[in-house]
Ligand binder design. Structure first.
Ligand SMILES: C[S@@+](CC[C@H](N)C(=O)[O-])C[C@H]1O[C@@H](n2cnc3c(N)ncnc32)[C@H](O)[C@@H]1O
Length: 224
């Protein structure tokens, strides 16, 4: 995945910059703000109410920011069991992870969990809290196989379509649709017209939704 360096985004939180792709891991307007808004508020919070169990698939674990924010949610909602599956074909080095400032920006209570989610074994389901399990797969979405209708929420957090078009292929989107539970939701920061059309083509009911700071819109797809 090339040379990667740590950068600071506009809300003070760290992100990474991949020099070969010339692409950041998060919005330069604020990594933490973007993750909280796009994935937690517009994804998890849109569907968890009334559910005892929520299965989440993340495409692109990267820094683990979405994962630690979901652990924060698990602590806030002890009655909801969260099963988090995350894909990362190019795991980051521990030097990069250690250089991120998320621990200092989030509640101190989360520090040991941030470390555990990075140090835990790959390809194995690990219980981090009584109501939070994670399985990290060193795999692309292209190579994933999962159960039909299993995931209530898909966090689609790949690099932008112009940088990694293969990840946003219609075949990959068909796959996520197949794995999305009935009444489940696909969320992404991306608002491109081509993606909207492709999501409709594979079967999602697509909604343009107000975006995080610096972005007018993002997309959400519902499986009805
Ligand atoms: C925008 S970054 C992810 C940001 C991440 N969620 C975070 O909070 O740091 C995109 C991630 O997708 C990963 N990736 C690249 N190709 C992929 C593929 N084919 N399937 C799944 N993930 C992929 C990259 O290595 C990178 O970590």
């Amino acid at each position: 995945m090339g040379n990667i360096k740590i950068i600071e985004t506009n809300d003070g939180s760290s992100s990474l910059f991949n020099e070969v792709l010339n692409e950041t891991y998060h919005s330069s307007h604020g990594a933490l703000t973007e993750s909280r808004y796009v994935f937690i508020k517009s994804g998890f919070e849109a569907i968890y109410e009334g559910k005892e169990e929520v299965n989440i698939l993340e495409v692109g674990m990267g820094t683990g920011l979405n994962a630690i924010l979901m652990i924060e949610q698990a602590l806030l909602h002890p009655h909801v069991k969260i099963n988090y599956t995350t894909l990362e074909p190019f795991p980051l080095s521990s030097d990069l992870i250690d250089g991120l400032n998320y621990k200092s920006l989030l509640s101190e209570e989360l520090t040991p969990y941030f470390e555990e989610l990075h140090s835990c074994e790959w390809e194995k389901e690990v219980s981090i809290l009584p109501n939070f399990t994670i399985i990290k797969k060193e795999s692309t979405l292209e190579d994933l196989s999962a159960d039909k209708d299993y995931f209530h929420v898909i966090f689609f957090d790949a690099f932008a379509p112009n940088k990694q078009p293969e990840v946003w292929s219609v075949d990959n989107l068909k796959k996520t649709y197949n794995y999305t539970a009935q009444e489940g939701i696909f969320v992404t920061y991306c608002a491109k017209g081509q993606l909207r059309r492709d999501l409709v083509e594979v079967g999602y009911e697509v909604e343009r939704y107000p975006g995080p700071p610096g972005k007018r819109e993002m997309l959400r797809g519902w499986k009805k």
